[in-house]
Design a protein around this ligand. Sequence first.
Ligand code: SAH
Length: 242
Amino acid sequence: MISQYNTNLWIKILKKEFSFDDFRPMEESHRHYGLRRKLVNLLKTKGINNSDVLNAIGKVPRHAFLDKAFLEFAYEDRAFPIGEGQTISHPYTVAYQTQLLDIQAGDRILEIGTGSGYQAAVLAEMGAQVYSIERIKKLYDRTKPILKSLNYRKIMCFYGDGFLGLPDLAPFDKIIITAAAPEIPETILKQLKIGGVIIIPYGEGEKQLMLRITRTEEYHFEQETLDTFSFVPMLKGKEEKR
Ligand code: SAH
């Protein structure tokens, strides 16, 4: 994105068509780059040690996924409202779930809960092909063009109920659920490749347990229980309100 921007700016400079405003985003991107470096260092101190995850967090412009009101704080380790009662997860939570996925370039990932699109962008930055579902039409309509404008071609957005997954595109190498799942959806487990993992914040109420479930054989799954987090609920059905 940045190099594309620079090329456009140089064309403008050569044609003498630039204005003061053309330089503003450039300052911004340097500043944001610095803030991202700080965020990456913070995540390291919190235990994120996968260099591919840290590199991706260092690259994805989180400020582009947030309402302008929160721009100043985009690189703090905080969750923010993204409208419709939903939130963009803490960068630590995004990094934690991504680290558990152990992304390899080319992995086909199903994400349930597109929300702001930030988590999907981090996965795409690591070379994954991402299929992301959102149940709230307004969020789907807002996020899809943001991802397009940032040139994330490896992300396909779907408006639908994540409890159903994407059976036509299954099986997936890995699955990530980014909302609190009240149950472990069997339909989703069936869409996982043998050897694949699903990362799922499990439980209702305030706190969820992060689970990593590995499909070791056709009918055999192994479950690990990890740390506690707080997610918005995974809800059934679609919300069409415009
Ligand atoms: N990954 C997101 C996190 C957003 S919060 C990000 O990076 O910003 C969780 C999202 O899950 C919300 O947008 C919510 O609407 C969505 N969600 C909840 N239940 C869902 C379901 N059954 N299917 C698809 N999306 C769901």
